[in-house]
Each structure stands twice: as C-alpha cells, then as structure tokens.
Design a protein around this ligand. Structure first.
Ligand code: SME
Length: 155
C-alpha cells in the first residue's frame, strides 16, 4: 500500500519536483494502464487542485474518456478536434492560455478557461493524452509543460 502523498514547496516547480518521485514510486510494479492513470490523476489533483485533471485513451481511432478527477466530461473526442484531438493529431503538447481563443475548443465545462494537453507516447505513437483544465485564465506555462511531459513519459 502506497504511503500518503507529501508535497513540499511553495512554487509550482518545487511542487512538481516533490510530486515526480512519488509518482514513480506509486507506479512501480503496476502494469495496468488504467490503474496507473487513475493514481496519477488523483495525485495531480491533490497537489494542484486544478478544475479537471484526467486522461483520454486512443481506442478504435477515437479519444475515449479515461480516469479523471473533477466534473463529468465529454466521453469521446475525434482526432484533430478540440485541444485534446489537436494534441493527438500533432503529437505535441498544447498550452492554451484562453480556451475561447482556441479554434474548435470543446467546452466540456463552461467554467474551464485555460487548458494544457500532453500526449502520451508509446513507440512513436500517441496512445492517449493527459488533459488539465483550469477555471482561471493563463494557468499553464512552460514549467507545467516540462513537468507534465516528464510525468507522461513515466505513464
Ligand atoms: N476541452 C477539451 C475537451 C476535454 S475536457 O476539457 C475535459 C478539448 O477541447 O479537447
């Protein structure tokens, strides 16, 4: 049984640095992807209290909702659609300071104002995305992108 999450530090950088080794330790020895995603969504949520933190998996050429923390969300997203579908199509992270300025943004929740989506890669293919929404504008920056890409690599 994993120990309780202990996050130290005030800055975002310090909090991610304190979170990362705990993510590694919780995932160690667990091969099931859903279980891994479920704990990572919970750990990110507990650390940062974002509005919505979760995963979509590529299933039959669509993004299908996976483990998440936050309000209910859209179940399926097509390739190239919204921020998630764009991260999948382009196989790269999307940092969106204002979702209203992102063409084709899919509003699962009207409270969401900014968003970051990081693709999960396996053998050069996108197999899912990590999606985080904030109810405030410009929540995410390069610091989030770098750390979340590290977390995505571990998953
Ligand atoms: N806003 C996302 C859809 C997923 S929800 O935010 C959970 C998008 O545009 O892809």
């Amino acid at each position: 049984m994993a120990e309780q999450l202990k996050i130290v530090g005030e800055s975002k950088e310090e909090r991610y640095a304190s979170l990362l080794p705990q993510v590694e330790s919780v995932l160690e020895g667990e091969p099931d992807q859903i279980a891994r995603m479920a704990n990572v969504a919970a750990m990110l949520h507990e650390t940062f209290h974002f509005w919505w933190t979760g995963f979509y998996r590529v299933v039959d050429n669509e993004l299908v909702l996976g483990p998440f923390q936050g309000p209910m969300a859209c179940t399926r997203i097509r390739k190239g659609r919204g921020v998630c579908g764009t991260a999948w199509a382009e196989a790269r992270s999307q940092v969106v300071p204002d979702v209203d300025q992102f063409p084709g943004h899919i509003a699962c929740s009207s409270a969401s104002r900014s968003e970051i989506v990081v693709p999960l890669m396996r053998e050069g293919e996108v197999v899912g995305v990590l999606d985080i929404d904030s109810e405030k504008l410009s929540t995410f920056d390069e610091t989030d992108r770098l750390w979340l890409e590290r977390i995505a690599e571990i998953i």
